[in-house]
Design a protein around this ligand. Sequence first.
Ligand SMILES: *[C@@H]1O[C@H](CO)[C@@H](O)[C@H](O)[C@H]1NC(C)=O
Ligand SMILES: *[C@@H]1O[C@H](CO)[C@@H](O)[C@H](O)[C@H]1NC(C)=O
Ligand SMILES: *[C@@H]1O[C@H](CO)[C@@H](O)[C@H](O)[C@H]1NC(C)=O
Ligand SMILES: *[C@@H]1O[C@H](CO)[C@@H](O)[C@H](O)[C@H]1NC(C)=O
Ligand SMILES: *[C@@H]1O[C@H](CO)[C@@H](O)[C@H](O)[C@H]1NC(C)=O
Ligand SMILES: *[C@@H]1O[C@H](CO)[C@@H](O)[C@H](O)[C@H]1NC(C)=O
Ligand SMILES: *[C@@H]1O[C@H](CO)[C@@H](O)[C@H](O)[C@H]1NC(C)=O
Ligand SMILES: *[C@@H]1O[C@H](CO)[C@@H](O)[C@H](O)[C@H]1NC(C)=O
Ligand SMILES: *[C@@H]1O[C@H](CO)[C@@H](O)[C@H](O)[C@H]1NC(C)=O
Length: 810
Amino acid sequence: MLFIWFFIFFYMTTTSTSVDRLAVTQSIRDGETLASAGGIIEAGFFSPGNSIRRYLGIWYRNVSPFIVVWVANRNTPLENKSGVLKLNEKGVLELLNATNNTIWSSNIVSSNAVNNPIACLFDSGNFVVKNSEDGVLWQSFDYPGDTLMPGIKLGWNLETGLERSISSWKSDDDPAEGEYAIKIDLRGLPQMIEFKGSDIRMRTGSWNGLTTVGYPSPTPLLIRKFVVNEKEVYYEYEIIKRSMFIVSKLTPSGITQSFSWTNQTSTPQVVQNGEKDQCENYAFCGANSICIYDDNYLTCECLRGYVPKSPDEWNIRIWFDGCIRRNKSDCKISYTDGFLKYSHLKLPDTSSSWFSNTMNLDECQKSCLENCSCKAYANLDIRNGGSGCLLWFNTLLDLRKFSEWGQDLYVRVPVSELDHAAGHGNIKKKTVEITLGVITFGLVTCACIFIKKYPGTARKLCCQHCKIKQKKGDADLPTFDLSVLANATQNFSTKNKLGEGGFGQVYKGTLIDGQELAVKRLSKKSGQGVEEFKNEVALIAKLQHRNLVKLLGCCIEGEEKMLIYEYMPNQSLDYFVFDETKRKMLDWHKRFNIISGIARGLLYLHQDSRLRIIHRDLKPSNILLDANLDPKISDFGLARLFLGDQVEANTNRVAGTYGYIPPEYAARGHFSVKSDVYSYGVIILEIVSGKKNREFSDPEHYNNLLGHAWRLWSEERALELLDEVLGEQCEPAEVIRCIQVGLLCVQQRPEDRPDMSSVVLLLNGDKLLSKPKVPGFYTERDVSSEASSSSANHKLCSVNELSITVLNAR
Ligand SMILES: *[C@@H]1O[C@H](CO)[C@@H](O)[C@H](O)[C@H]1NC(C)=O
Ligand SMILES: *[C@@H]1O[C@H](CO)[C@@H](O)[C@H](O)[C@H]1NC(C)=O
Ligand SMILES: *[C@@H]1O[C@H](CO)[C@@H](O)[C@H](O)[C@H]1NC(C)=O
Ligand SMILES: *[C@@H]1O[C@H](CO)[C@@H](O)[C@H](O)[C@H]1NC(C)=O
Ligand SMILES: *[C@@H]1O[C@H](CO)[C@@H](O)[C@H](O)[C@H]1NC(C)=O
Ligand SMILES: *[C@@H]1O[C@H](CO)[C@@H](O)[C@H](O)[C@H]1NC(C)=O
Ligand SMILES: *[C@@H]1O[C@H](CO)[C@@H](O)[C@H](O)[C@H]1NC(C)=O
Ligand SMILES: *[C@@H]1O[C@H](CO)[C@@H](O)[C@H](O)[C@H]1NC(C)=O
Ligand SMILES: *[C@@H]1O[C@H](CO)[C@@H](O)[C@H](O)[C@H]1NC(C)=O
C-alpha cells in the first residue's frame, strides 16, 4: 500500500518530464514542465492570479505561495492551454499557439556560430540557450521581468548596448509590462532609479563602495556589487548561505518587496516591503533643499545660502519649486566662495555629476572651486576613510537627511554665508527616523530586524501624512499658482463645486500632498487694481478668530482672482438647520453654541479686529461648520474687497440676500454694523425655529418668520417658536433669551438694535434684556413694497458685475 501511495504521489507531482533541458525537435506542451537539475526551479505554463490566460514562466519549485520569477510571453498571452514551446535548429526558442503561430521567441544576440543548440534550465533560475559545447546564445537573465534574483546583472552591457531592467506587472493577473521600472541611469555617476512611466519616482542612488547612497550598511546575508567600467555598468547581489533564497519583486503598484525563505521552510516571507515616507519621493523638496522626516514631522529646508523660490507656497508647505541662491553668485569675479559640510545626507542626484576614482578630497575641493557651475563635492567611495571625487553641477536635487547613516556633502556657498553659518552654529543635527523608507534591492536584514523591533514606527511611517504639523509662516499673504489650483480642483470641474456665493463660485481642491482647500473663484471684476486687491486680501488674511473661516491665500493671474480658504467638511449651517433629517443632529446645546459662536465672530469683525468689517451678506449658507459643528463665518471681508471700506455709508450697490437684509439697507442702501446685527437676528430666529424666514408662511397673518416670532412673543407663547424636533430637551430660559435677543436684533430702527458686544453679553445672561419693539420686514409684503418704493438706483440685484446673491443662491 505504502509503495503504491508513494508511487501515485510521485507520479502525480511529476506528471511530465523532469528533464532540465530541451533539445532541437523536443517541445514542452501545456501541462509539462522542465525542472532544473537540483530540483529548485521549474519552467512551464501557468495562469497568474485570476486570469485564465496562459503564460510560459519560471518559478521556484515546491515553494508556496507560488513565486513566478520570469515570464516569456508577458505581453502576448495564450488564450488557452494549447501552447507549445520548441527549440529550433537556429537556437531560437519559439512559443506556438493552437494555430502554430509564433507568439513569442527568444532573439539571438550572440554572434557565435550555432552548433547543436540546447536549452537548459539552471538552479539559479536562468534559462539558457547554448551550443552543446560552449557559448551562450541567449539567456533569460538578460531579459528580466519584475523580479531581481541573484545572478541577474541589473544594468548595461556597454559593448552590446543591452540594458537589463526590472519592470512591474500591469496587475497581479496580468504580467504585461506595467507602469513602474527600475533601471540604472548612466548619466553622470551611474545610479539606480525607479521610474513611473518616464518620470523618476524614487532614486535608490549611486554606489559609495558599500551600498547605494544614503542606505544602511550591507547586510551580512548578501554580497552586493555595483560594477562600473568601460564594458559594463550593473548592480548584482549574491546570497552567502546556499540554503537561503532572497528575491525582490517590483509590484504593480511600484513597491519593491523582498521575499526570503530557506530550503527547509519553503514559505516565502516578505522581509522588506518598501514602505516609503514622503522624502523618498524623488525631489520632493525641489532643488537645493533637504527633505527631513523627523519624528513624524516632514519638512524641507533650503541649503545654506539658498532661499525658497516661491516663499508663499513654501510657507504653506508646497515645496516643489525648491530653493534658489539668496545672492547672485559673483564667482566669476572673485573666487571667494567656500564650502559648508553637511553630514548624514543622501547625496544628490548624480545625473549631472562628474567623478574621478583617483582624486582625493582636497583635489576635489580645488577642482570644484575652479568651476563656477560646480555646486558641491563629496567622496566617491566612503571605504577606508574615503577616496575619489564626485562633483555636482547645476542644481542639487533629491537630498534627504538621515539620523545615522548617510554621507558628507560639501556645498558651495558664498563667503558671507560661511560667516553666517559660523555665527549660528553649524547645521542643526536633526535625527530622522526613517529606517524603513528604503527601497534597495536586497536590503533585507535591516528592514527585517526593524519590522520586528519597531512595528509601531513602521506603521507610523505609513500614515505620517495624517498628522503633519502645520508650520506657520509669518511672511506676507501666500499666493498660489493658478496651475496648482487648477490641478487641485481638476480644472474647476463642476464635480468639485461646493457652492456659489455672492462674489463667485466655490470649489473643493486637494493639493498633491493631500491638503484640502476651498477655492473661491471670484467673479472677474472687483473694480480694484491687482496690487490693491492683494493688499486688501493680505489684510483680511490677518484676521484670525476661531469663528472665522481661515483665509490661506490668494491667486491672481490675468483675469482670475481667487481666494483660498481652509476646507470645512461639514458644509454650511443651512445645510443642517433647514434639512428635514439633518436638523435632528443639532440639539439645543449645539444650536446655542452656534448662535454664540457667530456672535463672537461677528463681534471680532465689527470691533476687535484691526479692520472694521461689515459682512453685509450674513446668512446661514455663509456660516460654515467645522468637524465639531462649531460655526465659522465665511466670506467676511468680501464686501470690503469689492465695495470699499466705508464704515457707514450710502451706496447704490447693494449686496445681500432677501430675508436677511434690513429695511434701511434694502430701501435706501444705507448700511452699518447694525445691518449685520439685523441679519444675525434673523439667523438666531431661524436656528431656533428650524425655518427659513422667507419661506415661512402663516396664512392667517401673512407674517414671515420675524412677524410670526413677534406675534408669539407678544402673546407670551414664544416657546412655541422652537423647532419641534427639539422636543423637551432644551433650556426654556435659554431659548426665550435667544428669541428675545433675536427680536432685539431685527428691530425696525437700526439705533434700537444692540451692537454685537451687547449681544454677546445678552446671550450669556450678563446683561438685562430690554423689551423688543416691532421688527422690520415682518410681513412678506414689506420687502417688496419697501424695496420697490426705493429709487431705481438702489435696486436690489441691480449691479450685475457683482453678481449679487439673491434668494439664497448658495
Ligand atoms: C484552443 O483554441 C483553439 C482555437 O480556438 C482550438 O482549436 C483548440 O482546440 C483549443 N485548445 C484547447 C486545449 O482547448
Ligand atoms: C495564434 O496567433 C496568431 C498571431 O498572433 C493569431 O492570429 C491567432 O488567432 C492565434 N490563434 C489562436 C488559436 O489563438
Ligand atoms: C501545427 O504543427 C504540428 C506539428 O508540426 C502539426 O501536427 C499540426 O497539424 C499543426 N497545426 C496546425 C493547426 O497547423
Ligand atoms: C538545504 O541546503 C543545504 C545547503 O545546500 C543542504 O546542506 C541541506 O541538506 C538542504 N536541506 C534540505 C532539507 O534540502
Ligand atoms: C547677500 O544678501 C544679503 C541679503 O539680501 C545681504 O545682506 C548680503 O550683503 C549679501 N551678500 C553678498 C555677498 O552679496
Ligand atoms: C565646468 O564644468 C562643466 C561641467 O563639467 C563644464 O561643461 C565646463 O566647461 C566647466 N567650466 C570650466 C570653466 O571649467
Ligand atoms: C496634477 O498633478 C499631478 C501630479 O503632478 C499630475 O499627475 C496630474 O496629471 C495633474 N493634473 C492636471 C489636471 O494637471
Ligand atoms: C485642464 O485645462 C487645460 C487647459 O484648458 C487642459 O490642457 C487640460 O487638459 C485640462 N485638464 C483636465 C484634467 O481636464
Ligand atoms: C462633521 O465632519 C466630521 C469630519 O468630516 C465628521 O466626522 C462628522 O460626522 C460630521 N458631522 C456631521 C453631523 O455630519
